[in-house]
Design a protein. Sequence first.
Length: 455
Amino acid sequence: MPRTSHGAFLLGGVCEHCGLLDLAEHYYVLSLRNEASNPRGWHRLGLVRIAKDDFGKALAALRYACALDDRNEHYKIDYSMGLARAGHFSDALSAAVDALAISPNNIIALNNAGHALQCLNRSYDALEYYDRALEIDPGHAALRFGRATALLKSGNYSAGWREYEWRWLDCQTLRTDIDVPVWEGEDLYGKTILIHHEQGYGDSLQFFRLLPQLAQKGARVIVQVPPPLVRLAQGVEGVFKAFPVLEKGTYFDVHCPLLSLPARLNYDPRQKAAEAYLNTGADQSNGCFEKVGRAMKVGLVWAGDPRPGDIKARQTDLRRSVSLEALAPLLALPDMEFISFQMGQAAVQRQKYANKISDGTKDIIDFFDTSVRLREIDILIAVDTSIAHLMAGMGRTVWLLSRFDACWRWGDAGDTTPWYSTMRIFRQSKPGSWQEPVHAMVQALGEFITLKAAV
């Protein structure tokens, strides 16, 4: 055991560096027992607690560090980051502005201000901060990627797609196992192009819509995607072959990551809408769900993939996912048959409502199987996760529950999206509160029942 406060602080730092967060927290607390006025100790303790998703205690520690040393811009910057991770975006903006008052050219503070504005659905305003920071460091990849998502969220697709290529220097990894050129938009007639998956399942499902355009340009299109997407990709118009593993000897002239296609094709969903581009499984529906009178079949998905190994993704998922209990008002509606398509750990929540919600996931092995089941329901209610893209890409009705700090693809406001004509978006009006969008959904679902009964 360390004998001094400084020794405990140093040991906490070693544990933090090694990812031993519980031990790090223990030693930082120990160091502060005898040296409570040490702002460095409170600062590091706050950062460890953020990594543990303990936002209340984390913010208290960071706030105290700022109070002990109110001229330290780094403490205010990390306090801003913690506030944003916890969903307190207005306060995050204020903390970033406070940091800028001390250090006007601090690019991390400028980035945090831009990010907070984007989370406040003021993406156009966020560009001012990103641009100020890029005047100082034009090659800063995280700033360029943040600017890309602000451009996309504000509807400037042409500039946004170009900036989006900076992801390769920020948060994505380029492939090194392919020795043919990357397609940059040149003529494809008579050539074979390999398109490969990146990021999440939902991203691939959303951008499969662009594969037919490559075939229309005279290309032979082959697609490498994870196993759960192979059968679905194979059925997309224009795809010659889809496979999960790039086997040695597979011939192709050029390749392109899937989410680089919008930049190459100058894609704007407002001008080139794709309707029902995921048309597989139409002839394989086999009556998986028993019809109960005239009841309307409603699919439910209330949580995304928590991705425990990725702290940013995990904490975003805490904001986008909802407990099934919060959706309980929907279950009280008459003439409804609710079916769960929830996967993963969150699926266990259905047990409490087993008499009202049946399980639609049994024996599903991939997204093709899921698409077959989805054809038997009338409407899908889901948080912002891959199945929403699947249902909407099939041209079926989706009601999306969106967190306050909506993903760039859903824009800053509105209940419709140019990406999917069959999607309706129910947004949080304030961070962390699902009561209002769920109430709006209950009312809308009642109206939907009335209209359906009249047909």
